[in-house]
Design a protein around this ligand. Structure first.
Ligand SMILES: Nc1ncnc2c1ncn2[C@@H]1O[C@H](COP(=O)(O)OP(=O)(O)OP(=O)(O)O)[C@@H](O)[C@H]1O
Length: 797
């Protein structure tokens, strides 16, 4: 059965002939004219649609095949196009974009989506991201109904490694969920959507802004008005994701008093009071891990360090023991340390970059560490990202909720696509089981076979791009029950080779570590099956979605939750009495005070071609103002004569050449937070910034004009208003103001259905930047202003 995945269609002159081999066909000028371009990229099919607009597949305009005999695939990217006018009046959206870009520039990890660059023209901002061709993770689970333990273990390890890395940088994701996970061509997990990212700055610093989706949000975000430990909230979300991987549905959705999950307060009370339940097929060891992660009390919840050491993840111990510093160094040494795709029955080589790998691993045999030489041959810059704001859900009909088919390609949080999809799978299962009560066991087998066949049929063409050569560092031999891969000595050697200097994963003793007596996979599965059989047909599976935002009805907040916030509002001091609405309007609100490094140059001409606005590092200087301009926003490709405008300073160019696979540059001042005990240390630079802030604040109080009591110019005045801007912003984060109401940040800011927001929006009419000040005196501004401030900041000598 042939398989054409339209989503990943490459229109750049490749034809797929009947024999399954790709050929390069000469593009005529006529064909070229049809191409829509954005800066140096030709845009292809729409990969998805989100809050900010479409995400398009892209590839370099001026790609030329260097080899006459073989075809090399151009590097594909995902271009997230954001219409400037959709964000110009929406500060929250501005902030999300800002956060996302800034965060991604500091993250360089194989399981975190990579920001290539950011371009803009007069109409669009384009965030160019690494293309995760494996598709959306929730669809992957949906296709498989639930993941095998080995596969779930592998993917969860990657999630943990990625999240640990994020935390090590002093950041927290705050919106981890299935919808924000993608897969790369090797079926590795890719964490995306850093729109809610924030920094936690110091040990146990608590956050005030609740983010994330209700299904994945830690209970403390909802049922308590206290600031929360953001890393622990991320860990909760990881637990929910793991549960969904293993069970095929989300936990805590069987409250008969709240069958639709429409009362969020009740749901979270239910979570707090009801022990976690597991379907029979989840085995004791992963159960144990889940029980320790999904603990409502964040203080009792496992931290990532403990999770990494859990028995269930022993087979991935070596991978998990690679420290954030080591990841950074690995990337800085021009070597790429990538995870290989689990072997499929079609062979071990990776799929072409044009293909999708979301079909899933068939064998789950490999989790080897691989040096992907293709990556060495491509100069690649920083990283990507995405944003998510959850739209205030409309109440959807139950039939809609059950539909596995999304109405459109639109990535609509209001329907919590992952939840809906998972629910549909489970419902289908249930229906099936009901209609085949007497022969459930055999029916299940048949279903499995059917799924297997479909999967096989859908497998993409097996094309080996010459550049897809992978060096597997060692033959894989397993000695664990799950078939998970353990790094062998040979691998260790290879690993050490690519690590220059003293880089050595701090612990490579994984192979000795997981020889505990777990049952063999087959047995496990067998026993699972038996259990499943025995429990059917009376086994009532919990519904797959306790909470998808689409299920909320109008009073989506339970009164008890609401009252907490009302009380908080009343008790706010004068200084902190600004309403939530007002707080929400500031683009600086809860924005990380990491020095902004995004350079948006003002577009003087209406029609200007996209310009590079992100340069990969906080220390990169502002691009020259006299940016070239050429015609065209999203323009039809007019042939080679058209020169794409792309701004690099020479220094940046050099860096991009010398560094592969990441936006982590050697001169980045983004410290790695290392763990001492169970908690992470604060980066020194952050401590310093905090001290500076305190000093500046003190100075401002003493003398607003920047002069000290002696009338002389304050010694720190040269730190300039830029630092003060940063200070003001970050001070806001540390205000002793009570936590802002959780759900306001969960829903879109301008959805007409949101009555809560409609009133806010009316108060949020933008005024000229110079006039805009919140009650706290923080200056707020539009997107352009916002980045201008960023520029000022980074230009401080
Ligand atoms: N790097 C990528 N590779 C492949 N597909 C992607 C990539 N980034 C985004 N997509 C696709 O585009 C869809 C929408 O992207 P994204 O989630 O980033 O948009 P968004 O504006 O943040 O919207 P939302 O907040 O509603 O999710 C995703 O669901 C995914 O299918």
């Amino acid at each position: 059965m042939s398989y054409t995945n339209k989503r990943h269609t490459y229109y750049g002159g490749i034809t797929n002939d009947s024999s399954g081999t790709f050929q390069y066909s000469q593009r005529t000028n006529e064909q070229r004219r049809k191409h829509v371009t954005f800066g140096p990229y030709i845009l292809g099919s729409t990969l998805g649609e989100g809050e900010f607009g479409k995400v398009k597949l892209g590839w370099p305009k001026n790609f030329s095949n260097s080899s006459a005999t073989t075809f090399e695939f151009p590097k594909q990217v995902a271009v997230k196009l954001i219409k400037r006018d959709t964000i110009s009046n929406n500060y929250k959206k501005e902030v999300k974009i800002y956060r996302e870009i800034n965060a991604l520039k500091h993250l360089s990890h194989p399981n975190i989506v990579k920001l290539e660059e950011v371009l803009q023209n007069s109409r669009y901002i384009g965030i160019v991201l690494e293309y995760a061709c494996g598709g959306e993770f929730y669809k992957y689970i949906q296709k498989k109904r639930r993941l095998k333990e080995t596969n779930a273990c592998r993917l969860f390890s990657q999630l943990v490694s990625g999240v640990y890395y994020i935390h090590s940088k002093g950041l927290v994701h705050r919106d981890l969920k299935l919808e924000n996970l993608l897969l790369d061509k090797n079926e590795n997990l890719v964490i995306t959507d850093f729109g809610f990212v924030n920094e936690f700055c110091s040990r146990n610093e608590l956050m005030k802004t609740s983010c994330g989706s209700p299904c994945y949000a830690a209970p403390e975000l909802v049922i308590s008005a206290e600031p929360y430990e953001a890393r622990k909230a991320d860990i909760w979300s990881c637990g929910v994701i793991l549960y969904a991987m293993l069970a095929g549905y989300l936990p805590w959705d069987d409250d008969s008093n709240n069958p639709e999950g429409s009362d969020i307060g009740r749901l979270y009370n239910y979570i707090n009071s009801t022990p976690l339940k597991f379907p029979d097929y989840i085995l004791p060891i992963p159960r144990d891990l889940l029980r320790r992660i999904l603990v409502p009390d964040p203080k009792k919840r496992m931290n990532l360090k403990q999770i990494k050491k859990h028995e269930w993840l022993n087979s991935h111990f070596s991978f998990l023991s690679i420290t954030p510093d080591e990841w950074d160094k690995l990337h800085n040494t021009q070597s790429v340390f990538r995870l290989g795709k689990p072997r499929t029955r079609y062979g071990s080589r990776p799929q072409s970059s044009c293909s999708t790998s979301s079909i899933g691993s068939r064998n789950d045999k490999r989790d080897s560490l691989i040096i992907d030489s293709t990556l060495l041959s491509f100069p690649a810059p920083p990283q990507e990202s995405q944003d998510h704001i959850i739209t205030r859900p409309a109440s959807i009909a139950s039939d809609q909720r059950l539909s596995p088919i999304r109405r459109s390609n639109r990535h609509n949080r209001s329907n919590s696509a992952a939840s809906v999809a998972l629910q549909a799978v489970v419902n289908a299962d249930r229906e099936y089981a009901l209609s085949h009560e007497q022969s459930l066991s055999s029916a299940q087998n048949i279903r499995q076979i059917t799924v297997g066949n479909i999967t096989a049929g859908l497998s993409p063409p097996q094309v080996v791009a010459p550049s897809d050569f992978i060096i597997e560092t060692t033959p894989i031999k397993r000695n664990t029950f799950s078939g998970s891969h353990i790094i062998s000595n040979q691998e260790k050697e290879s690993l050490s080779k690519i690590q220059t200097g003293k880089i050595k994963p701090n612990s490579m003793k994984g192979s000795q570590n997981h020889q505990y007596n777990k049952p063999k996979t087959q047995n496990s599965l067998k026993s699972t099956k038996n259990l499943h059989q025995s429990s059917s047909p009376f086994h009532t599976k919990p519904r797959p979605t306790s909470y998808h935002p689409g299920s909320y009805t109008t009073p989506f907040l339970s009164s008890n939750v609401l009252s907490i916030y009302e009380i908080n509002d009343k008790t706010k001091s004068n200084a902190s009495s600004q309403t939530l609405n007002q707080r929400e309007t500031s683009p600086f609100d809860s924005t990380p005070y990491l020095a902004p490094d995004t350079c948006i140059t003002s577009c003087s001409s209406i029609e200007s071609s996209p310009k590079l606005i992100t340069q990969g590092s906080f220390s990169v200087a502002k691009p020259s103002v006299d940016l070239q301009s050429a015609s065209g926003d999203l323009i039809k490709y007019k042939g080679d004569a058209e020169v794409a405008t792309r701004i690099y300073d020479e220094k940046y160019k050099q860096r991009r050449k010398s560094l592969r696979y990441s936006g982590i540059f050697s001169d980045i001042s983004c410290d790695t937070v290392t763990e001492e005990t169970d908690d992470l240390k604060v980066p020194e630079s952050l401590v310093q910034q905090r001290e500076d802030r305190k000093f500046i604040e003190k100075t401002k109080v003493e003398s607003p004009s920047g002069k000290n009591s002696n009338g002389s110019q304050n010694a720190h005045a040269p730190v300039k208003k830029n630092a003060i801007i940063s200070t003001e912003r970050s001070l806001n984060e540390t205000d002793p103001v009570k936590k802002r109401f959780s759900f306001f940040s969960l829903y879109s800011y301008d959805t007409p259905k949101s009555s809560l927001y409609s009133s806010m929006d009316s108060k949020r009419k933008p005024s000229p930047p110079s006039q805009r000040r919140t009650k706290k005196g923080r200056k707020s501004c539009n997107f352009r202003d916002f980045f201008d401030y960023s520029l000022e900041y980074i230009n401080v000598p």
